[in-house]
Design a protein around this ligand. Structure first.
Ligand SMILES: [Zn+2]
Ligand SMILES: [Zn+2]
Length: 231
């Protein structure tokens, strides 16, 4: 029922004036205090942001992700999780700039520098069902806040396991990952990129995407997510 779901989506947007998903404070979708309650505690693995590692975690020591660092604004809990649900499942697209604002703070604190931003692409079916890519909304808002261009066509999502290319370096360490991504039309050769998603879990999907960006010539890829889901 695409027509009805479009109506629901419209209603969902209209019915959501800015109120904090955590405490109900008006004027913002996620207030600083509620975001601070979900603030990522330290120490964290600098490579994948997993909690509890003062240096590189055991998993990254064995198999390093193809992205060079991982930065998250919040843990996937409490109001931060509610905010992601609003963005992804309740069609509150207007929440994206608020979440991107928290991401921009984390990016500045970690002093991650970049030339451009790339959103994680979603599956075509998911895009049809939802009507938008939540990572692209976050990327656009983050680009505006950081003054960086957004390369929405830098990555293409392909059928899982379709392109079994042999590539050097990271490929050897991520040999058993099904390659879900290919470099797209937007060139990224020689660039330092922020790869943006809403939630970072194991990092294997973002790693596959980062690897595709590196096959496309990117020199550095920093994973940036609004929230980190602890394993
Ligand atoms: Zn709040
Ligand atoms: Zn790690």
């Amino acid at each position: 029922m695409p027509f009805l779901s479009a109506i629901w989506r419209r209603l969902g947007e209209g019915l959501h004036p800015a109120r904090c998903v955590g405490c109900g404070m008006s004027g913002t979708f996620l207030c600083d205090r509620c975001a601070a309650e979900a603030k990522p505690s330290e120490p964290r693995c600098p490579s994948c942001a997993e909690l509890g590692w003062p240096g590189v975690c055991a998993r990254c020591a064995v198999r390093r992700p193809a992205f060079d660092s991982a930065t998250v604004a919040c843990r996937y809990m409490g109001a931060a999780r509610d905010a992601v649900h609003a963005l992804k499942y309740r069609h509150v697209r207007a929440i994206a700039p608020t979440l991107a604002g928290h991401m921009a703070v984390a990016v500045r604190q970690r002093r991650v520098s970049a030339d451009a931003i790339v959103p994680m692409p979603v599956h075509a079916k998911r895009l049809r069902d939802r009507g938008y890519n939540q990572a692209a909304l976050l990327a656009d808002a983050l680009g505006a806040l950081l003054g960086l261009p957004v390369l929405a066509g830098a990555l293409v999502r392909v059928q899982s396991g379709r392109s079994q290319v042999k590539a050097p370096g990271h490929a050897a360490r991520w040999a058993n990952v099904a390659y879900d991504f290919e470099p797209g039309a937007d060139g990224t050769a020689g660039m330092r990129l922020l790869l943006v998603d809403d939630v970072l879990t194991t990092g294997s999907t973002m790693s596959a995407a980062a690897w595709a960006l590196k096959r496309g010539g990117a020199v550095e890829v920093a994973a940036v997510a609004f929230a980190r889901e602890e394993r």
